[in-house]
Design a protein around this ligand. Sequence first.
Ligand code: FAD
Length: 387
Amino acid sequence: MDFELAEEHRIFRDSLRKFLQAEIRPLDDRWGDEEMTPERARELQKMLLPWGYLGEQRSDDPFINCIMTEELARVFPSLAGIVGMTAAAGWAITRRAHPEVVRRLGPPLLAGDLIGANAISEPNVGSDPSAIQCRAQLDGDHYVINGTKCWISNGHIADVAVVVAQTQPSLGQAGVRQFVVDRRESPFKSRDIPTIGLKAFPTSELYFEDVAVPAINRLDGWGESERAAPDPSKSFVQVLQLIARARVGTALISVGIAQRAFEVALQYVKVRKQFGKEIGRFQLVQEMVAEMATDIEAARLLCCRAMQLSRKRRCDAEVSMAKAYATEMGVRVCSKAVQCMGAHGLAMENRVERCLRDARMLTVPDGTTQIQQLIIGRALIGMSAIR
Ligand SMILES: Cc1cc2nc3c(=O)[nH]c(=O)nc-3n(C[C@H](O)[C@H](O)[C@H](O)COP(=O)(O)OP(=O)(O)OC[C@H]3O[C@@H](n4cnc5c(N)ncnc54)[C@H](O)[C@@H]3O)c2cc1C
């Protein structure tokens, strides 16, 4: 076990940071706190392509992946969310869709020309995804989808959505399937739901009213090794895997946001003077700085561990520890950063209040903190609190 970054990781991080600082951070200052448009999102996704955020050049190295997400979130957290959702949709489609669908949608998704979304949650379906009410009914060579999805990241700007729907309510979980909905051939309506933070990362409501989707767009039956032999029994498990895969990414976005807030506060306490000296000389301010730095480091280590272990084996508890700890840490650290800066920390012209609002968004998606705790508890005790 080596806690130092390898030379190659350090070089990668330093050059990525330089690029993000010069090219992406100014765009966050301009657009990071306003509603995103699809054109702008595509343009931003494409700027990140050379660094492997999408596409074939995406690295398998867990530390490179941790560095990429944290560093992007440090300069433009909403963009880290947008590109993460497109990457997740691209991942699911290129591995599990029908070859014809992969041929059509894989390359443009991986090239950043399309924006992806994953639609599971509904007005009555939050922490319990098994209760899906959105309906998909087979009608000849296509499915007809009816229902409402909500809080869908990227939803309002998405070109392609992986939509979870119930095909046979009498079967319960076994009737749940995923569908690739290409908005250009199967149009659906949507609206952005304004939230407290991550203003440029849409959370949206999607409306499906008799939306016809070709039957080959059913995602869950076409595994890589079994394209000729669909196995629908895996479908609901794959939905849960999709949610679990997102957890470490969300945790790392929190680490990036907290790191940014910390850096701003650290700089401030070194120069702000009260009682005739820099406030950074006061022990109670030093306590806040020490707590922030330790909290960020602990979350970063949990994320790296979860990212590395999840490449080797199933590790639900470690992933949930990283998600729960890092997202709650983000709120704690950003709040302390505001406190270190006094009234300046609360002013919207400074960046730190936005960090606090952005961090507050992340304790809820991909399973709330309470749901992560139930997963950790189940792994440790061997008993499930729910079913
Ligand atoms: C920024 C953001 C992005 C999102 N992106 C997506 C997306 O891309 N796709 C998508 O499908 N969804 C998305 N969601 C929705 C998200 O997955 C849900 O909000 C989340 O699963 C929680 O559901 P809920 O909000 O309905 O809360 P509820 O499930 O109603 O929970 C409300 C409260 O009850 C608690 N609670 C619920 N059940 C239990 C229990 N068994 N034990 C203890 N406490 C419990 C929760 O912890 C919470 O505090 C997103 C949400 C946010 C905030």
